[in-house]
Design a protein around this ligand. Structure first.
Ligand code: FES
Length: 464
């Protein structure tokens, strides 16, 4: 009630006696912000200057009727939400007038002659609704505003590569650079504990965070060095980071060295075969006829779908005289006899910090190109235990780590294939090996068991 009495009430009636009577009733109840108007037109004009919280409106007004005023108020955005208490009296066509009033959007009715107890109760109810409505509107506006602020995007400029990234305001630099080619050091997965994710902020600096103050030297702070995982991007920000992208991390590792004599047993073999073309006498399937021409050990030879999808064309363009590329009792491809390429495989060494990819000529067992790069998972911890902590209880984090690994392997593959001017289809098989945790990450299997007693992995053997 304390707040209600301060709310603004506009009484609209052409009868000065009624206006005075109502004013007195309200004043006795403590209402002190009361205005009056003698006609609908005057009331609407007054509302253009200041909005009331309640309009007490007579139905029978000279000129505009009460329901006309109500209709106009509802049609106007600024007055549409103001409650209207309509005063009705004995009129000739009472029902019709009431119906019009209902349709025009009045909130409540009271019949003349007005009884104080009923009138003040209705005024109080209407003002309470209006007050609650105002509060709700204020709250909604606040939320909309904060949503707008949160949604607002700002620019992050990363130097010296002059890379521009549009990010959501409030994100940390660390988070903004995730899923980009720009890599930052960091063993704690962005928890503000290792002090390794250093960047230099070039635009005006805010106060360093508590962790930044603890982990960085005063001299570094003076030079604008900050921790990426503790630096929020609140407005357009320019930073300098040395490590620009993964490309710089590619390097060739030892290609020629001492190789002890070993007898090679290549995984893939290439057999020269001539098979009879199909005929009325021999209408066996193409695969059957290949099996028949190979030695008896291949009588249950399988094929891959990829091989089958090209087999019809390949057999006919080679005139049924070509080379069958076989791996593990499976026909991988039918090639022309002269074909020199197309029998390559990939070997990946999944190290915790470095990933190595080798392109191998499967017929000769020779490594033909080797490339390595840092493991992009490093930013979630330099050791596997930190990475397990990172994914613990967060299935999405596990998927993210696997995606990082696969994307690293794809980059290595692309570079290897390009370096030897091959096509992806020339790669027949790929093998990846790593420590148990890395194997789990590769297969997107939860390795949490490795980090807690009795330290059991999900799997230790290989998978094909
Ligand atoms: S302190 Fe930022 S990643 Fe460790």
């Amino acid at each position: 009630m304390k707040n209600l009495v301060r709310m603004k009430i506009l009484i609209v009636d052409d009868d000065p006696v009624v206006k005075e009577l109502i004013k007195n009733m309200l004043a006795k109840d403590g209402y002190r912000n009361i205005q009056t108007a003698g006609s609908g037109e005057e009331a609407l004009k007054m509302m253009q200057k200041a909005l009331p919280d309640l309009v007490v409106l007579d139905i029978q007004l000279p000129g505009m009727k009460g329901y006309d005023v109500s209709q106009k108020m509802r049609a106007n955005k600024s007055t549409a939400d103001i409650p209207i208490l309509m005063m009705t009296g004995e009129v000739l066509d009472a029902d019709k007038e009431l119906e019009k009033s209902f349709r025009s959007g009045v909130t409540d009715f009271i019949t003349k002659p007005i009884k104080k107890i009923e009138f003040t109760a209705r005024v109080k109810a209407a003002l309470t609704i209006k007050r609650n409505y105002n509060l709700m509107k204020k709250e909604l506006n606040k939320r909309k505003l904060s949503k707008k602020i949160i949604k607002k995007k700002v620019w992050l400029n990363v130097l010296p590569g002059d890379i521009w990234i549009k990010v959501q305001r409030g994100k940390t630099v660390w988070n903004a650079l995730q899923n980009t080619e720009i890599e930052l050091d960091g063993d704690c997965g962005g928890l503000g504990k290792c002090g390794k994710c250093k960047i230099r902020v070039i635009t005006p600096l805010g106060r360093p965070s508590k962790e930044t103050l603890e982990l960085l030297e005063p001299k570094e702070l003076e030079q604008g060095v900050r921790l990426a995982c503790r630096t929020k991007i609140l407005k357009n920000l320019a930073i300098y980071t040395e490590e620009l992208n993964g490309e710089t991390e590619f390097f060739q590792i030892l290609k020629h060295g001492h190789m002890p004599p070993v007898e090679l047993d290549p995984l893939v073999e290439r057999r020269l075969v001539t098979i009879p073309p199909p005929s009325l006498e021999n209408s066996l399937s193409d695969v059957h006829r290949i099996r028949d021409e190979l030695s008896p050990e291949f009588q249950d030879l399988k094929t891959t779908y990829r091989c089958l999808s090209n087999l019809y064309k390949n057999l006919r363009t080679t005139n049924f005289d070509g080379a069958a590329v076989i791996h593990n009792n499976c026909l991988l491809e039918w090639q022309s006899r002269e074909s020199i390429g197309g029998v390559f495989g990939l070997i990946f060494d999944l190290g915790t910090s470095t990933l190595v990819g080798k392109l191998v000529n499967l017929l000769e067992g020779q490594e033909v190109a080797v490339i390595s790069r840092f493991n992009s998972q490093r930013k979630y911890g330099s050791d596997v235990i930190s990475r397990i902590q990172y994914i613990k209880g967060h299935p999405k984090h596990l998927v993210h780590l696997q995606k990082l690994l696969v994307s690293d392997l794809n980059l290595i593959t692309k570079r290897l294939v390009e370096s030897f001017k091959l096509k992806l289809k020339d790669i027949m098989v790929a093998v990846a090996a790593g420590n148990t945790t890395m194997q789990h990450f590769m297969l997107s299997l939860d390795p949490s068991g490795i980090a807690e007693a009795p330290f059991t992995p999900l799997i230790t053997e290989g998978m094909t």
